[in-house]
Design a protein around this ligand. Structure first.
Ligand code: C2E
Ligand code: CA
Ligand code: CA
Length: 694
């Protein structure tokens, strides 16, 4: 010891404890202070500086009560210190709240020792552990544990802690119902012994995977639980430091179900549950691939419900939906499991028939389909008749691609419609030509009415004495691109597009306007026959508009004769019946057109208030050469007369036909023999020549 240092009280006090000080100097996580008998600091390590804020230079020589003892405690602490020095009463270790240089509280656990140096001086050493730090570390640990617990509680997943060999060490879950066995049965067991073999194998390989890649492995599996088949997703995480495996197992049944639902919605029609257009066409493409591989023949049936739109419009969408659903069921009845019935949209369905054979071919299926639709549908206590129009395209004869076959089946379907519906039609090459023509006409019809491309011609009708008694209004269309298009060609298209509604009004207006002029010019009553299409009946304004035109043109209702075909009546709709009754009430005459071509049901004639029956020109054509036709016309005339109907023969082309029909007491005659349909002024001129010398 150097004497110079001995004189320095501070250094003097140090001497004994040098090795101790070196130790305390090395640790600054605990605060260590040494005090002499006068409570002056003789040692102050870095830990004390960190804890209390005073550097050792600031602290050395200061009394503890001047540094870190709060005023309220000073008296007590000084007393305790005194007691220890003089009476040997140890100050026990305890938790204390002391004072920081900045005045703040310092919470410590303080232990004390009393040492005696070589000069026989007592020195108290205090070892303080910062409780705030310790407390907050503990609090932190508790906090983290709580978060984890809350997380385990909030997350419905199952957490499994396993050894590398799959032995389950611990688990957490808030949803015990998804545990495959009770915890008692799996804790301490290898997971492979707990789960069904198939699932166990997946766990084994994925755990091995996670261990070898030191990463995460995930997989999905299903377990049959008391509450149903549950779908799980497991993620295996390897903890290399612990040689443990954490597996997080999640119930993804709901997710799966939603995904399945979304998939279902994307591929299936909501109403009928049939494959939708997308899936049906996808299946068609698959079917074609298979057919090509196996050298099979297949068929595509394009099916349209006849007049479905009308049902929808008049009986409402609910009835329409039920009808579609029932129709889908009936379609399904007819085909085999391996075939596809799809809904393309609206009232359009598609049937894909694979691997056709001699017995299972498109023709028999089409006939079968028409058959199952012969029975009326019973919907909401109502009996509804629905028929089908079916277009058939065959692979490979009518095309090899999805689009070709689809288009050709569609074309054939149009042909079936044109054939009068409730029938099927096989695609032929000629149909393509007529389809193109159809499309052209459809295009040219747009705006044709506004462009004044239509004209009404009139074909006169004659009585037995060759007097003109009236005329039939017949529409003519001249288009700059297509020339003259016959009504047989464009009328069905206007019915389809709905153009017939304004066009029909145009005809009535023209015809009655001309009738007025004609009657005025001759000072005589004539009758005017106007054709009405089924589609026009769906127009709720039909009746009021005809009434309005009658008024405007100052024509009495009795002079107007509306020609309708049986097709209108066969629809069997109450709104048609009502319209016919209203026409009759107004005094407008009703004429049954084309009699003999359809079902020629006598019951219609009795049921509805018809005034006129028009024998179709196909019968008139042959009456002089074909006895059967002649007999039929004779019977028809007799029958019509007995019901009080006037009979008109249309399509009279020869003198012989004319003579024969008069013998058969046909009331009025119409046909090229007398006159073609002609312009108004030609008809006025013609009627001036009354009685014609034919
Ligand atoms: P439809 O009602 O049976 O009209 C009679 C058709 O027979 C007319 O054909 C007429 O020109 C034709 N015709 C008249 N006499 C003879 C004859 O002696 N021999 C032959 N072979 N034919 C004769 P058109 O004008 O071509 O009309 C065809 C069909 O178009 C009509 O058949 C009718 O169903 C429809 N149609 C014409 N105009 C209208 C209209 O304004 N509205 C509606 N809805 N349909 C119309
Ligand atoms: Ca007619
Ligand atoms: Ca006719």
């Amino acid at each position: 010891m150097e004497p110079s240092k001995v004189t320095n009280i501070l250094n003097h006090q140090y001497v004994l404890n040098d090795p101790l000080h070196q130790l305390f100097d090395a640790v600054d996580t605990i605060a260590v202070q040494g005090y002499d008998e006068e409570r002056r600091v003789i040692y102050w390590n870095k830990g004390s500086e960190l804890l209390y804020g005073y550097t050792s230079e600031e602290a050395l020589g200061q009394k503890f009560e001047e540094l870190i003892i709060p005023e309220s405690m000073c008296k007590l602490v000084i007393e305790q210190h005194y007691d220890w020095l003089n009476n040997g009463k140890e100050i026990p270790a305890s938790e204390l709240t002391l004072r920081h240089k900045n005045g703040g509280d310092v919470c410590v656990f303080s232990s004390h020792v009393l040492l005696i140096n070589q000069y026989n001086k007592k020195q108290m050493y205090c070892i303080d552990i910062d409780l705030i730090a310790a407390k907050s570390a503990k609090a932190q640990a508790i906090y983290q544990e709580q978060i984890l617990e809350a997380a385990f509680e909030a997350i419905p997943d199952l957490f499994l802690l396993m050894k590398e060999d799959g032995t389950i060490l611990d688990y957490h879950t808030s949803n015990k119902s998804n545990l495959f066995v009770f915890p008692e049965k799996f804790i301490g067991q290898p997971i492979y012994d707990v789960l069904p073999t198939f699932v166990a194998k997946m766990f084994k390989s994925n755990i091995a995977n996670a261990i070898s890649h030191k990463g995460v492995a995930s997989f999905e599996y299903e377990l049959a639980m008391p509450h149903g088949l549950i779908c799980f997703e497991a993620r295996v995480i390897y903890l290399p430091e612990q040689n443990q495996v954490v597996t997080i197992v999640r119930d993804i049944t709901e997710q799966h179900r939603t995904a399945e639902e979304i998939r279902h919605q994307a591929y299936y029609d909501m109403l009928t549950e049939l494959p939708n257009r997308f899936l049906a066409l996808d299946r068609l493409s698959q079917m074609l691939n298979e057919a090509e591989r196996n050298g099979e023949k297949t068929a595509i049936l394009f099916i349209d419900l006849d007049d479905f739109k009308r049902v929808n419009d008049t009986l409402g969408h609910e009835v329409g939906d039920k009808l579609l659903l029932e129709s889908a069921n009936r379609l399904n009845q007819v085909v085999r499991k391996e075939d596809t019935v799809g809904r393309l949209g609206g009232d359009e369905f598609i049937l894909l028939l694979r691997a056709l054979t001699e017995d299972y071919n498109a023709l028999t299926i089409a006939e079968h389909l028409l058959n199952v639709f012969r029975n009326p549908f019973k919907i909401d206590g109502r009996e509804l008749m629905v028929t089908l129009s079916i277009g058939i395209a065959l692979y490979p004869d009518n095309g090899k691609s999805v689009s070709d076959l689809l288009r050709n089946a569609d074309t054939a379907m149009y042909q079936a419609k044109a054939l009068g519906r409730n029938t099927y039609s096989f695609f032929t090459q000629e149909m393509n030509v007529s389809m193109l023509r159809r499309l052209e006409i459809e295009e040219q019809l747009i705006g044709a009415l506004d462009r004044n491309e239509f004209e009404v011609h009139y074909q006169p009708q004659f009585d037995a004495k060759n007097n003109i008694i009236g005329a039939e209004a017949l529409l003519r269309w001249h288009n700059s691109a297509l020339g003259n298009i016959p009504p047989d060609e464009f009328i069905p298209i206007t019915e389809h597009t709905g153009l017939i509604v304004p066009l029909g009004k145009f005809v009535v207006k023209q015809a009655l306007s001309f009738l007025n002029e004609w009657q005025n010019s001759r000072q005589r009553k004539y009758k005017m026959a106007v054709n009405l299409s089924p589609r026009q009946f769906r127009d709720i304004e039909l009746l009021s508009i005809i009434q309005k035109i009658l008024k405007e043109e100052n024509v009495s209702p009795e002079s107007l004769e509306l020609e309708i075909t049986e097709g209108v009546l066969m629809i069997g709709q109450s709104y048609i019946d009502n319209a016919l009754v209203e026409f009759n009430k107004l005094g407008i005459k009703l004429s049954m057109d084309d009699f003999g071509t359809g079902y020629s049901s006598l019951s219609y004639l009795r049921r509805y208030a018809f005034d006129v029956l028009k024998v179709d020109k196909s019968f008139i054509n042959n009456i002089t050469s074909n006895k059967a036709d002649c007999d039929l016309v004779r019977a028809t005339i007799a029958m019509a007369h007995s019901l009080g109907l006037t009979v008109v023969a249309e399509g009279v082309e020869t003198k012989e036909q004319c003579t024969l029909l008069r013998e058969l007491e046909c009331d009025y005659l119409q046909g090229f023999y007398f006159s073609k349909p002609i312009l108004p002024k030609q008809l006025i001129a013609l009627s001036k020549k009354d009685t014609l010398s034919i």
